[in-house]
Ligand binder design. Structure first.
Ligand SMILES: [Zn+2]
Length: 483
């Protein structure tokens, strides 16, 4: 039987404002800050304190809502979501239950085959992040309240996603938008952005909804893709063996490359939501929404159109360059430094991505490589002025990637400049022809491909340091005149 996956995504994005959602504490990088140093009476849940809404967090939420083509609510209300857990000092989380700030939107995603697809956004609501628990091997648990109260936007899609590839495409596009808006770094390994797929499968062509599982603790988009792929396979196996998928929360085991049971859900939680009495109803004026809309930065789709039109790039290159804001910024800096857009795009998506993959860097980490956009343009300049050829440039790039430095200085230090003295080039050609009389006979009998072999011999004799086009031209002349 053919099966189809049905996936909805729940995304938690911290809004990287200066201060927390309901107090003045700074929003810090919780992976590096000393524990419990960015805390106060409000975000540690002391009795008698009052929360105050962070205007900037509301503004960030409106920006994301607009970027996701949502309706921005005029009437906003905050609610208490009650549950008991050590990471929640008040015993409740302030969230938005029945009146989310944004709803009924969509995001167009770009699929590997070049097509696009519309994924509906059900809602996005504001809430506060919880504290962070660390469980030690001796059985003790530690709580860090630095994260408690950081503004959080929860985004929920409709179950319009039907494969791991589509989930990945959605994740990449959404992350790019958050980065472009400057509201979230997109660093899933630090937990500031969390994506949780709800997955079920059904016979292809049916419209039933079967029991779904939720996969948590995914620290990269690549892992979300792999986890979705494996979870889909697992569920199909269960159904095909005559079993039934249980409603449960699963985690991703990176080592075994499989999803594992975290906890089963016996029943839905009763959070006893009720309106937060300490906060007033929040009305969002239409003028404010329009003012925010007017100063929204350029988003990935608009940037891609600009690259297609203005720079004459192909659709694939343009898509790859805008998928991460850091890549687009790097590309534009190189073009500004005088690089030809098409050539620069080729070097980034080819050689630089190759080196970054080898050293395990994610695309958004392009700023961490020792090759600046200006250095890349300088290297391309050495090809353009015939100092080195393309193959030598790749060798220079490898050295730059490992050690940094200046391309011209590296070419000089390693003796990589092309031989331009035509008498030396001619001598190398003559030597090769002298040594290969039978090949010349074959060439004279019409075997064109022999020229390629001889060309390779000449380039090898010159250590690869010659202008291939010039050699080809000289070789043709020499062959024609030989004997
Ligand atoms: Zn605080």
């Amino acid at each position: 039987m053919e099966w189809e996956a049905v996936i909805g995504l729940e995304i938690h994005a911290e809004l990287e404002t200066n201060s927390k959602m309901f107090c003045r504490c700074p929003v810090v990088d919780v992976t590096v800050a000393d524990p419990n140093t960015a805390v106060c009476v409000v975000c540690t849940g002391q009795p008698g304190v009052l929360p105050v809404i962070n205007r900037r967090a509301v503004e960030f939420a409106i920006m994301v809502g607009l970027a996701l083509n949502c309706e921005i609510a005029d009437f906003n209300k905050f609610d208490r979501k009650n549950y008991f857990y050590p990471d929640l000092p008040k015993g409740y989380q302030i969230s938005q239950y029945d009146y989310p700030i944004a709803k009924n939107g969509y995001l167009m995603i770009d699929l590997p085959d070049g097509s696009t697809k519309r994924i509906r956004i059900r809602r996005a609501h504001l809430e506060e992040d919880t504290a962070k628990n660390t469980h030690l091997s001796d059985g003790t648990s530690l709580v860090d309240f630095n994260r408690s109260g950081i503004p959080l936007l929860e985004i929920v899609t409709e179950p319009d996603i039907h494969s791991a590839e589509e989930a990945e495409a959605f994740g990449r596009k959404l992350r790019a938008i958050l980065q472009y808006l400057g509201v979230n770094s997109g660093d899933m390994s630090k937990g500031v952005l969390r994506m949780e797929p709800n997955i079920s499968v059904r016979p292809m062509g049916s419209d039933e909804l079967r029991t779904r599982t939720e996969v948590k603790n995914l620290n990269s988009i690549r892992n979300m893709f792999r986890a979705s792929e494996e979870e889909i396979k697992r569920q199909i196996k269960v159904w095909e063996a005559g079993g039934a998928v249980e409603q449960e929360t699963r985690g991703w085991d990176e080592v075994r490359q499989t999803t594992v049971l975290q906890r089963s859900k016996e029943s839905a939680h009763d959070y006893r939501y009720f309106p937060e009495p300490d906060l007033p109803v929040l009305h969002i004026a239409r003028e404010w929404v329009e003012e925010i809309r007017a100063r929204m930065p350029e988003l990935p789709d608009a940037k891609r159109e600009r690259y297609l039109g203005g720079y004459g790039l192909g659709a694939y290159d343009a898509g790859v360059l805008v998928a991460d804001r850091a890549i687009g910024d790097y590309f534009e800096a190189a073009v500004k430094a005088g690089g030809d857009p098409k050539t620069v795009a080729n070097w980034i998506t080819g050689q630089i991505f190759r080196l970054m993959n080898q050293s395990g860097l994610e695309r958004e980490q392009i700023n961490e490589i020792p090759i600046t956009p200006e250095t890349l343009v300088a290297l391309i300049g050495l090809i353009d002025n015939n100092t080195i050829n393309n193959n030598t440039a790749k060798r220079v790039l490898d050295i730059l990637y490992a050690e940094g430095g200046d391309p011209a200085a590296i070419v000089k230090a390693h003796g990589l400049a092309q031989e331009t003295d035509t008498s030396i080039l001619q001598q190398a050609i003559d030597d090769v022809l002298q040594a290969n009389p039978s090949e010349i006979e074959r060439w004279k009998n019409g075997e064109e491909k022999v020229a390629k072999f001889l060309m390779g011999q000449v380039m090898r004799a010159l250590g690869g340091k010659a202008d291939a086009q010039l050699i080809q031209q000289l070789l043709q002349e020499s062959l024609t005149n030989f004997g």
